[in-house]
Design a protein around this ligand. Structure first.
Ligand code: HEC
Ligand code: HEC
Ligand code: HEC
Ligand code: HEC
Length: 400
């Protein structure tokens, strides 16, 4: 069986799309059951219920009900036949959390009592193996399986530290979550002829590139990234429009501001021609090609003067202010007269506002600088090759 402890909705406002995308992805992977926690209620109950209906993702939680009807919000548990074995799966969330925008209509009951009831009900339905998908946290989950008999395995979620190997807690095998879907736990239960657990073990694996991609998932990721990027672009535009409306009395630009490379190129033709051969002149294109050009966490180092005077405000500025240009290194064009005149005054600090230990781990000023000056030495030794660089940067763009 493939199960998930829940707690996978993203932290940010405006990221609803990532939530439905993850639900689609789990369904596509054939997830047999998924738990739920307060994160899944972040965007309200209607959002969750509508997407459960749409995706048919089997979400379970045995201790959340509608306050008025007293009915469970989602299925409390399910029974699934795996070979000849009936496996019962139920979920639990914490009763000490804020249940989000729908908090007034929802009640979360005390987990131990709910678990006792769920185990009895599942046994009655013929389940001989019982699995708990817990959003209680580490200590609370461990306490619960110690107090309630009959749970064979628990998938422990909600801010749990990653433990590579699960462990036995009384008679229950515990598996610990890990962060951001980067790990997969494997729990093996050995059953008696009566199909009851005699022993169990668990281990967690890192999902590295060697695992490979599933074509359908890849297609889903792509369609998600396209539409998500469009949406963020719209939100950003609205934000800027609001800002502009709020400051309509502003009478133009501050004294010092960015001008854009086109202006510099009118006089400095040879520097311009050389700059065009560097990857700095393609930095904006890199974001567009990878469909991350509306992400406020990606734009600043790939454009000129992000949200500063005369600098980048919206994607409409791409032609003028996209890419890492002259002024990223030399400073605002209006300060031209006071640019220092002795050679070699751009220091490593200027570069390292962008080339930091995350974005450019192999950065070394002495090696990189000769590649950007405008009369580069012939036959420069090549830059350090870092084959994972691009993948790593794009990975940054996916984290939530
Ligand atoms: C109207 C023509 C013109 C424009 C436009 C112009 N520059 Fe210059 N720039 C010059 C001249 C002429 C000098 C040499 C000044 C001197 O020697 O005192 C110079 C000097 C410089 C220097 C110092 C070179 C040195 O070693 O002395 C830098 C750096 C520079 N410009 C960058 C820029 C950038 C960046 C822009 C665009 C924001 C820009 N320039 C726009 C004409 C221009
Ligand atoms: C405003 C941010 C920013 C600043 C400042 C900056 N860079 Fe970059 N640099 C980038 C980005 C972004 C790229 C990648 C461009 C792409 O391929 O999309 C890059 C790429 C490079 C590359 C090419 C690396 C390769 O493997 O192809 C070199 C070399 C480089 N920078 C050197 C420098 C040096 C030296 C300085 C300082 C004098 C500097 N950069 C300042 C953002 C910056
Ligand atoms: C702090 C500045 C900074 C931020 C923020 C930033 N980048 Fe970059 N990016 C760089 C620098 C610097 C390089 C070049 C690194 C090098 O070659 O050493 C780069 C290179 C890249 C490359 C590789 C280009 C190539 O083909 O070699 C990609 C892709 C990329 N960035 C995407 C992103 C994405 C996606 C985000 C947002 C999650 C992002 N960047 C945010 C500074 C930044
Ligand atoms: C990645 C950083 C970077 C970018 C981008 C950049 N320069 Fe430079 N530029 C330098 C460095 C480094 C020097 C060498 C002198 C120094 O250290 O100040 C230099 C020197 C110059 C000089 C002095 C004369 C010369 O050719 O050495 C001029 C003029 C100049 N740049 C103009 C420009 C213009 C115009 C652009 C945009 C088309 C540009 N630079 C883009 C880093 C940069």
């Amino acid at each position: 069986m493939l199960v998930d402890a829940g707690g996978f909705f993203p932290e940010q406002a405006d990221y609803e799309d990532a939530a439905w995308f993850l639900m689609d992805g789990m369904k596509l992977l054939g997830t047999d059951a998924v738990g739920m926690g307060e994160k899944e209620l972040r965007y309200g109950r209607s959002f969750l219920l509508a997407n459960l209906k749409r995706t048919q993702l089997p979400m379970v939680c045995a201790n959340i009900t509608d306050k008025t009807t007293k009915k469970p919000l989602v299925a409390p548990w399910l029974v699934k036949k795996v070979g000849a074995v009936k496996v019962g799966v139920f979920g639990l969330m914490s009763d000490k959390v804020d249940t989000g925008p729908s908090r007034d209509s929802l009640a979360v009951s005390e987990p131990t009592a709910a678990a006792t009831k769920a185990v009895a009900a599942l046994k009655k339905q013929g389940a001989t193996v019982i699995v708990l998908l817990s959003q209680l946290g580490k200590v609370e989950s461990e306490d619960l399986v110690t107090a309630v008999d009959g749970i064979d395995a628990v998938i422990v979620g909600r801010n749990v530290p990653l433990l590579q190997k699960g462990r036995m807690i009384k008679n229950t095998v515990a598996c610990y979550g890990g962060e951001q879907g980067q790990y997969l736990g494997r729990t093996l239960l050995t059953l008696s002829p009566a199909r009851k657990m005699v022993s169990g073990e668990n281990e967690t694996f890192i999902l590295g590139p060697e695992v490979g991609e599933k074509a359908e998932i890849l297609a889903l990721v792509k369609s998600f990234e396209d539409s998500f990027n469009d949406k963020l672009r719209k939100i950003e535009k609205e934000r800027v429009a609001k800002q502009a409306a709020g400051s309509s009395s502003e009478s133009g630009l501050e004294a010092d501001h960015f001008l854009g490379a086109e202006v510099c190129g009118r006089c400095h033709t040879s520097e311009m021609a050389q700059w065009k051969t560097t990857s700095h002149a393609r930095a904006w294109e890199t974001l567009v090609d990878n469909k991350v050009d509306a992400r406020p966490d990606c734009i600043p180092c790939h454009v000129v003067g992000y949200q500063q005077a005369g600098g980048w405000k919206t994607a409409d500025d791409a032609a003028k202010l996209g890419d890492v240009q002259c002024e990223n290194c030399h400073g605002m064009g209006t300060e031209h007269d006071s640019y220092p005149t002795q050679a070699r005054r751009i220091t490593a600090e200027t570069c390292m506002t962008c080339h930091n230990s995350t974005t450019s781990p192999s950065f070394d000023f002495a090696i990189y600088q000769p590649h950007v000056v405008h009369s580069p030495v012939a036959n420069l030794p090549p830059l350090p090759v870092n084959p994972n660089k691009k993948a790593k940067m794009l990975e940054m763009g996916k984290g939530q």
